[in-house]
Write a protein that binds this ligand. Structure first.
Ligand code: FMN
Length: 424
């Protein structure tokens, strides 16, 4: 708990990074965090991890990413009990009977010589589809969870075929359970695109605009569009989604991959009756790729969407509080974790929170907003990097050269000028 002993003073929040004022649409009217915070000047302040995103209040920015960790009542309840900031359920569609999974459906990559069996797991491929549980069962579980945890944030992840009426029915039915927001899966790279679903929509901006239009005309809760990284320029679908009425963007879903070929059997992994299909890559190895995509989206949002309560959710390879801090420093409001929970369990959230707090203490940040987007300003073009470096080299050379004449001494640079002529 934060202490309020001693003298108090006002601390202005940093204005760096994307700042997204409240929107007028679908905003549920909850007060946003104020732009000033009263802190005790003589006591150490406990960092505050809570965030308010599109009007949704979360105790911390850590969100269960859609996938196995949000697949049924038991596991979602566990996530709330362990303290996750929000839960995004496994993606649902109207007709689960069309969703048929295979086993094995995961394959892992280990670090170390020749993928040594003892190496640390750094990559995870899955060919898992969206939820294969009947929609009615999932909806009952959402309802039960919202009854038991009315103050916690439950987000439904949805996906449908290219059919307006189907999307409208699905939105209507998930909203009736009391969920707080919707994440739309425009990004599953395997299986579903064969039915013009998931990444098939997220990779086609015209299709995306049309489907987002249907969704946002119907939805009454905030909508996040989940992006696929399997596209040349991820800012394009992100821009289309926000322009078409979505309140937020989440990135990234998994990266299209082939985990490997078994050199004894010559069959690819994961191997199903001797065959395989390209799947989605996640875990630690995708973190730098996810940071790159989130950075591009954050820059685009900062330039084009400052005038609204738009949000960004960073996803990909988060296992530590530091990994999460990186997404937030780029402008993310929340950070999702999927494979990390599959590897380390639900109590990972306590480690994530304490490591993020440690980072905040080191820099004297008391809220997430204080450092959100702070590192975005340090990205520029390569041409600009060359210019900056050449200028820096010129300056260093000029200092090294020393003064040519007594008339060159200046008042402001006097100490540096003295040093430039010292030999030891
Ligand atoms: C086994 C598995 C199943 C997944 N299922 C879904 C899904 O149903 N819907 C969805 O939007 N994303 C799904 N994802 C993608 C994750 O939510 C996340 O975007 C991706 O794995 C990257 O994050 P991570 O490295 O923290 O796992 C799944 C990921 C995995 C590993």
């Amino acid at each position: 708990m934060s202490s309020s002993l001693g003298l108090t003073h006002l601390t202005g929040l940093s204005s760096s990074g994307p700042s997204f004022p409240p929107s007028h649409r679908r905003y549920n009217g909850r007060p946003r965090t104020s732009s000033f915070k009263i802190v005790a000047s003589e006591t150490i302040q406990e960092p505050d991890l809570s965030v308010t995103v599109n009007g949704l209040h979360m105790p911390n920015p850590f969100v269960i990413g859609s996938g196995p960790p949000g697949t049924n009542y038991k596991v979602m309840k566990k996530a709330f009990d362990e303290g996750w900031g929000a839960v995004i359920a496994k993606t649902v569609s109207l007709d689960a009977a069309k969703v048929i999974n295979v086993t094995p459906r995961y394959a892992r990559l280990r670090a170390g010589a020749n993928g040594s069996a003892k190496g640390q797991i750094i990559g995870w491929e899955n060919i898992e589809l969206i939820s294969d549980r009947p929609l009615e069962v999932m909806l009952n579980e959402f309802k039960l969870l919202k009854e038991e945890y009315p103050d916690r944030i439950l987000i439904a992840s949805i996906m449908e075929e290219y059919n307006k009426a189907a999307w409208e029915e699905l939105i209507d039915r998930v909203e009736q359970t009391g969920i707080d927001a919707i994440e739309v899966n425009f990004s599953c790279p395997h299986g579903m695109p064969e039915r013009k679903m998931g990444a098939a929509v997220g990779q086609d901006c015209d299709l995306l605009e049309e489907v987002c239009g249907w969704i946002n005309a119907k939805a009454t809760v905030p909508v996040w569009a989940k992006m696929t990284p399997n596209i040349t320029d991820i800012t394009q679908p992100a821009r289309v989604s926000l322009r078409s009425g979505c309140e937020g963007v989440a990135a990234i879903n998994t990266i299209m991959s082939v985990m490997g070929i078994n050199l004894k059997t010559l069959h690819p992994e994961p191997c199903v009756e001797g065959y395989s299909t390209p799947g989605g890559y996640s875990s630690k190895a995708v973190h730098p790729i996810a940071l790159g995509k989130v950075m591009s989206i954050a820059q685009m949002m900062k330039n084009e969407f400052q005038d609204g309560d738009y949000s960004l959710s960073g996803i990909g390879g988060v296992e530590t509080g530091g990994d999460a801090a990186e997404f937030i420093l780029l402008g993310a409001n929340t950070v999702q974790v999927c494979t990390g929970v599959m590897m380390y369990g639900y109590d990972l959230v306590s480690k994530l929170c304490s490591e993020l707090k440690d980072f905040m203490r080191t820099h004297n940040f008391s809220t997430i907003e204080e450092f959100r987007g702070a590192s975005l300003q340090y990205f520029t073009t390569h041409t600009e990097l060359v210019r900056i470096q050449q200028e820096a080299i010129r300056e260093r050379r000029a200092i090294k050269k020393g003064l040519q004449s007594d008339k060159d001494w200046t008042g402001d640079g006097f100490v540096k000028e003295s040093e430039s002529m010292v030999s030891n």
